[in-house]
Ligand binder design. Structure first.
Ligand SMILES: [Fe+2]
Length: 131
């Protein structure tokens, strides 16, 4: 049996459309808010249809030398063209992209995870230093 962690796939986001891309500064000031954007398909677009879409992105931050990570946010994408007329006949599609702000007193690592409804769990991470 695989561990839960082993179920998360990762790859180079420049060639693999499922990998969450974390956009934020490499260095931030302690205790000052900074902007973070997490999206998928930055280089290779991921479909957004009733049959094939991204369900959610969850973001965590693990402060250096602390035992546990903090959950920063969980973002669900719930409109994928579903309609009484049938799949993809709806007029509303949530795009798999999130923007938020956060602050930290310590350096650490941001972890992003995402679920594709047919291609499973994906992850990526980015180090964050203090300026
Ligand atoms: Fe997919």
């Amino acid at each position: 049996m695989k561990t839960f962690g082993e179920l998360f796939q990762t790859a180079d986001w420049k060639t693999e459309k499922h990998v969450p891309v974390i956009d934020c500064p490499d260095k931030v000031k302690a205790g000052e808010l900074f902007a973070v954007k997490v999206t998928l398909g930055k280089e290779v677009a991921h479909p957004n249809t009733t049959a094939h879409h991204i369900r959610w992105i969850s973001v965590y931050f693990h402060p250096e030398e602390e035992k546990f990570p903090s959950e920063i946010g969980r973002f669900e994408f719930n409109a994928h063209g579903e309609s009484a007329e049938g799949p993809d006949k709806g007029s509303v599609f949530t795009h798999h992209e999130v923007s938020f702000s956060m602050k930290t007193a310590k350096p650490g690592a941001i972890y992003a995870t995402a679920l594709c409804n047919i291609h499973g769990l994906w992850r990526s991470e980015k180090e964050l230093d203090l300026a």
